[in-house]
Design a protein around this ligand. Structure first.
Ligand SMILES: *[C@@H]1O[C@H](CO)[C@@H](O)[C@H](O)[C@H]1NC(C)=O
Ligand SMILES: *[C@@H]1O[C@H](CO)[C@@H](O)[C@H](O)[C@H]1NC(C)=O
Ligand SMILES: *[C@@H]1O[C@H](CO)[C@@H](O)[C@H](O)[C@H]1NC(C)=O
Ligand SMILES: *[C@@H]1O[C@H](CO)[C@@H](O)[C@H](O)[C@H]1NC(C)=O
Length: 485
């Protein structure tokens, strides 16, 4: 072989290997993003459990108040069941299935199982009249230990709301989760769907009738963990919007319209603030109907303009590597996945009515929104300056020392003896990778300079949460079978 040909061949091989390393397998990532929820399960695990290193845990939850509160999800790397982010997670999993379920193929079944693990638990949490369970597990005591869920011996305090100690944001988010899940199950399990909807009505009434913030009712169980800073009006409107979507009952639409003015125009969407999500959700039915367009469509358009990297009204930042980054947010990828989800959803609604958006210095068509969202998804899965994926178990290089108790500690099969509160410290401090793979977990993600410190001491970057993954499930389903470029 001549020298020139050898060089050409080497160059071509290099190109091929680069392409291979960066080509993304969305279907693989989709399956893993849903599997992650099995790793977060609390309660009695079914035979169908695929993440085998996890075992039954917290089988007495609710005992202290004579309720059965077994089940639900641990929110992140600890063992508390925080119902506020859990409800948001369930709503977003359901929204993912409603928008993109048709593109999920055989994974749709698993996505519905993930929703049901949440909705079953919320049926329990709302099963007593005039009482709604707010969370299970004393977070301060829990965070003092590095313990497997299967061993947990910290106080499993059940915190709950009553008419005298209300929590409108928490109960309205549970109503949203029940209503959204009810739509998701309509075709495959009509009876269950009905049950969820009937409960959603009741829970929304409770949220609306007894107004107040769960901050105050639950006290140091809520703050500073999942403290609701922005108030409860956004959740009440969000809950009403989901109930309207589920029932088309005028009462809920009137509620949304008559309260929308109380929303700020923040570019926020996540477990704490629902603002941007409300406008996008409502735009679906407001778009074709000019009488109900105001102010939802212009709010949604302004929101999109505030995300576009070249827009003069941009209010988020992007790292040099191209990642949407919100200053001050720990666990930044929760913002990236939630906002990207809204981009794709809105792009599809826009496409259906051939709409474009006029930002102050540019015009955006649906393709523009899709491309921006795709750049975010691809960054998370490996197209980034670190050349790594931020999803555990996906790709050649991914986080190894995630801040997650169950993943760090030896499994029950490996170490059947009880490990007490601080027996886990040696594993926490170890330089070695975690012992159990929490497949599909997307972590908090890199810093604003695209750097990533793979360390259990850095939960802002290495802790996974259920609400980072939930919108990502929908995004992956879409990019596995994109209908707009
Ligand atoms: C994507 O991943 C799936 C599941 O791991 C695998 O079956 C499939 O062959 C992969 N596709 C490509 C194009 O590599
Ligand atoms: C919740 O508590 C935090 C911290 O005490 C406070 O800043 C915030 O205003 C409270 N939110 C509501 C809605 O009361
Ligand atoms: C809005 O109109 C478009 C085009 O006629 C249609 O495809 C879409 O389904 C409509 N959306 C709703 C929510 O009615
Ligand atoms: C990047 O940011 C991280 C986190 O803020 C910081 O620790 C690190 O020193 C920065 N690296 C560079 C090269 O600036």
């Amino acid at each position: 072989m001549s020298k020139v040909w050898l060089l050409v061949t080497i160059a071509m091989m290099a190109i091929i290997s680069v392409t291979k390393a960066t080509s993304i397998n969305y279907s693989d990532a989709l399956a893993k993003s849903i599997l992650f929820y099995e790793g977060q399960r609390s309660g009695l695990l079914p035979h169908s459990q695929r993440m085998k290193w996890r075992k039954n845990s917290a089988l007495q939850d609710g005992h202290d108040i004579n309720m059965d509160m077994v089940g639900g999800y641990y929110d992140a790397g600890d063992n508390v069941k925080f119902n506020f982010p859990m409800a948001f997670t369930t709503t977003m999993l359901a929204w993912s299935v409603l928008e993109f379920g048709d593109l999920m193929g055989s994974e749709r079944k698993h996505a519905l199982e993930a929703i049901r693990w949440g909705s079953d638990y919320f049926l329990k949490a709302t099963n007593s009249p005039d009482k709604i369970v707010a969370q299970v597990g004393d977070p301060n005591k829990d965070h003092d230990c590095w313990e497997r869920p299967e061993d947990m011996d910290t106080p499993r305090t059940t915190y709950y709301l009553t008419p005298q100690k209300p929590g409108s944001e928490l109960s309205a988010e549970i109503a949203a989760a029940l209503a959204a899940s009810s739509i998701a199950f309509r075709k495959t399990d009509a009876q269950y769907s009905k049950l969820l909807l009937v409960r959603a009505y009741k829970v929304f009434d409770f949220a609306n009738k007894y107004r107040g913030s769960y901050n105050n009712s639950v006290g140091d169980g809520a703050c500073p963990f999942y403290c609701d800073i922005s108030g409860y009006m956004d959740e009440l409107i969000w809950g009403a919007a989901w109930l309207y979507k589920a029932t088309k009952t005028a009462y809920y639409w009137d509620f949304v319209k008559s309260n929308v003015q109380s929303l700020g125009s923040f570019v926020e969407f996540g477990w704490e603030s629902k603002n941007a999500g409300i406008n996008i959700l409502v735009s679906q039915w407001a778009m074709n109907d000019s009488s109900s367009a105001s102010p939802f469509i212009s709010n949604a358009d302004n929101f999109i303009c505030s995300l576009l990297p070249t827009s003069s009204t941009k209010s988020v930042s992007y790292t040099k590597g191209g990642l949407l980054f919100k200053q001050g947010a720990s666990s930044n990828l929760q913002c990236t996945t939630a906002l990207s989800f809204l981009l794709v959803v809105y792009a599809r609604y826009m496409h259906a009515v051939k709409k474009t958006i006029h930002c102050s210095n540019e015009v955006a068509d649906p393709t523009r929104l899709i491309k921006l969202a795709k750049s975010q998804v691809d960054y998370i899965l490996g197209k980034n300056p670190q050349g790594m994926s931020y999803m555990v178990g996906y790709g050649a290089k991914f986080p190894q020392k995630i801040h997650h108790r169950g993943s760090t500690l030896p499994s029950m099969a490996m170490h059947p003896q009880h490990l007490g509160c601080r027996d886990g410290d040696q594993y926490f401090k170890s330089d070695k990778p975690n012992l159990n793979m929490l497949t599909g977990a997307v972590v908090g993600g890199p810093a604003g300079n695209d750097s990533f410190q793979d360390s259990r001491y850095n939960p802002g970057e290495t802790e996974p949460t259920t609400y980072i993954n939930a919108p990502f499930v929908g995004l992956l389903a879409y990019f596995n079978k994109p209908t707009l470029v």
